[in-house]
Design a protein around this ligand. Structure first.
Ligand code: PEP
Ligand code: MG
Length: 602
């Protein structure tokens, strides 16, 4: 008998297929044992790619299957494995050796004048990463066939670790739409439902082997039953394959800067409306529409969707599911890839927001009782400074390689000291890279250009940052409001706890007041303020945010159509009135009602 379990919609789309149940013991288990050789890890990665290709071909997805076939060949390519062995023999940990060897080959190929050849660099990086994960012991024990993944919860790393195409949909008994796993899946076009109370019991009653499920991530339900009842194979359309733009010759050389932002620099940080799709209100007020991405290869889809730039690159995916931190060289390749894809459009790279619900084994510190309030984001810079220091150098290198201005964003800024520390670390990294470029003999990653001075931003996602936004805005070049954490912290409601769903709507007037304070602070200091939390991708949320005065919205590209349509149907004066009413409304539900009325009025 089919059982329909109501749930909360967390990522749109509908898909059905066999059920695969996630249990924490199946999770990533980075042990870095190093017992397996590069050769064996490569063979294992190639075998996985072969199986995956065969599944996709059977599902009629011939183009994707051909990509995986090609990747399987790369995995056992003697040039890649030989270069990796050389690096390992020189003392590099095996996984780093493979990633660095792949980055080296990918870098050379990316410089090819032939765009088809250049585009292969992304495949090489992917394959290097896949082999390295096997070496790290971090390869995810995921489903063996494309499946609907169900579980009580799912770590965000699972979405990164389970090979693309193997997750048809995700249904969780707990969780919330702003949990990181939902955000990542949304970016990958995977339908998700959360808070499906009773789901695991329904699956257990059928036995995992016999269970099929259909998930509707738009309406918010999951149906569980036997294969014949639920039907299988209705797989939603896949996303376009990312293709890198070829590397462009870089020409300018500028000096590294120090000191505080000046007005000219602040103007440079303002959203650019060049290129990309138009996003404007009915009376012509332009709103920057930027993409949130979680992986370097997602930039191509953002570009295809008309993003004016990347408003938030959550770089955590480069760090998750590994026994050791990614090397500077592999990070540099990943950042360069995003910058190359986006050309001269702005790209905001956020420092890795690790800790919290994104733990990694290579940071010091003990497990925390309350990780959400623990050492995460920029706070790590006081304990494991090397992590962000290396990331900043890799960002500076990548920006120098492309001769573009890097935009770096600090997560979890709570105090002015946090912002000052961030600036100090950026200055250190930029000076180091500038010195290397100037020909230091000690350069390990020589860059051909002196990096241009970066633009520094602070996320406003801790309520304290909003409360001191007037002072914060004088220390950085732009502010970006993270409504997900701002809501979690201001309303003291864990993002992942389904029972607190009523406290997790960022349209709560308390949150809107914090956003208003931030916008006013940005205006007074002459710097732009954008919003990059999930509220920016919600049509009602976007209307209110724009009415409150944010300059730009950054969200998953798949939300672009709805956001453009909602804004195009509203006048700026109506949105300002909406925002004023919202600030005085009694509840998030009331604000949603007001915003819906504005949408319906057109
Ligand atoms: C936020 O908190 O709103 C945000 C954009 O950051 P993340 O969701 O990655 O925590
Ligand atoms: Mg956040």
């Amino acid at each position: 008998m089919t059982r329909r379990v109501p749930a909360i919609a967390a990522a749109p789309g509908r898909a059905s297929g066999p059920v695969w149940t996630f249990e924490p013991s199946r999770g990533s288990h980075p042990d870095g044992s190093g017992e397996i050789s590069v050769q064996d890890a490569a063979a294992r990665a190639a075998a996985t790619l072969d199986v995956l290709g065969a599944h996709l071909r059977a599902a009629g997805r011939v183009d994707e299957a051909a990509i995986l076939d090609a990747q399987a060949l790369i995995a056992t390519d003697p040039a890649l494995l030989g270069a990796a062995r050389d690096l390992a023999d020189a003392g590099a940990p095996q996984a780093d050796a493979v990633r660095d060897a792949a980055a080296g080959i990918a870098g050379r190929i990316a410089a090819s004048a032939n765009p088809r050849t250049a585009a292969r660099s992304s495949d090489i990086l992917d394959v290097g990463d896949r082999i390295a994960r096997v070496l790290d012991g971090a390869a995810f024990d995921g489903p063996a066939r494309p499946s609907v993944v169900v579980g009580r919860d799912l770590p965000p790393s699972a979405v990164v670790e389970i090979p693309a195409g193997m997750i048809l949909a995700i249904a969780l008994e707990e969780g919330s739409p702003t949990a990181h796993v939902a955000i990542l899946a949304r970016a990958l076009g995977i339908p998700v439902v959360v808070a499906a109370s009773g789901l695991l019991g329904a699956v257990a009653a059928l036995g995992e082997d016999g269970a099929f499920a259909e998930v509707d991530g738009t309406e918010g339900w999951i149906a569980v039953g036997s294969g014949a009842e639920v039907g299988s194979g209705r797989v939603r359309a896949t996303r376009a394959r990312p293709v890198d733009a070829g590397e462009r010759a870089a020409v300018r050389v500028t000096g590294a800067r120090t000191g505080r932002p000046d007005p000219a620099r602040s103007a440079a940080a303002a959203p650019s409306h060049r290129g990309g799709g138009t996003c404007a209100t009915a009376d012509g007020a332009r709103i920057g529409l930027y993409a949130n991405i979680g992986r370097p290869q997602d930039a191509a889809a953002a570009l295809a969707a008309g993003a004016e730039g990347i408003g938030l690159f959550r770089t955590e995916s480069l760090f998750l599911g590994r026994a050791s931190a990614p090397s500077e060289e592999s990070q540099r390749a990943a950042y360069r890839r995003v910058l190359a894809t986006m050309g001269d459009r702005p790209v905001v790279l956020r420092l890795a927001d690790l800790g919290g619900d994104r733990p990694v084994p290579y940071l010091s510190g003990q497990a925390e009782v309350n990780p959400g309030l623990g050492v995460r984001g920029i706070r790590l810079a006081r304990r494991d400074r090397w992590l962000h220091a290396a990331q900043l150098r890799a960002i500076a290198q990548a920006a120098a390689d492309r001769d573009v201005t890097a935009r770096v964003l600090a997560p979890m800024v709570a105090t002015l000291d946090d912002a000052d520390l961030f600036r100090e670390m950026c200055e250190e990294a930029w000076s180091a890279v500038a010195a290397e470029a100037a020909g230091s003999a000690a350069a390990t990653m020589p860059s051909s250009h002196v990096p241009r001075p970066p633009l520094l931003g602070a996320m406003v996602e801790v309520p304290a940052a909003a409360l001191v936004a007037d002072q914060l805005a004088r220390r950085v070049d732009y502010l970006s409001v993270g409504t997900n954490d701002l809501t979690q912290y201001a309303l003291a409601a864990d993002r992942g706890v389904a029972a607190l769903a009523r406290l997790q709507d960022a349209l709560d007037p308390a949150i809107l007041r914090l956003v208003r304070m931030t916008v006013e602070a940005g205006a007074a200091a002459g710097i732009p303020v954008g919003a990059c939390g999930e509220l920016a991708g919600d049509p009602e949320g976007a209307l209110v945010l724009v009415g409150l005065g944010v300059d730009s919205l950054s969200t998953e590209p798949m939300s672009f159509g709805r956001i453009r349509a909602a804004l195009a149907a509203a006048r700026m004066s109506d949105l300002r009135s909406l925002a004023e009413s919202a600030l005085r409304a009694p509840s998030a539900t009331a604000v949603r009602g007001l915003a819906s009325e504005v949408r319906r009025a057109r």
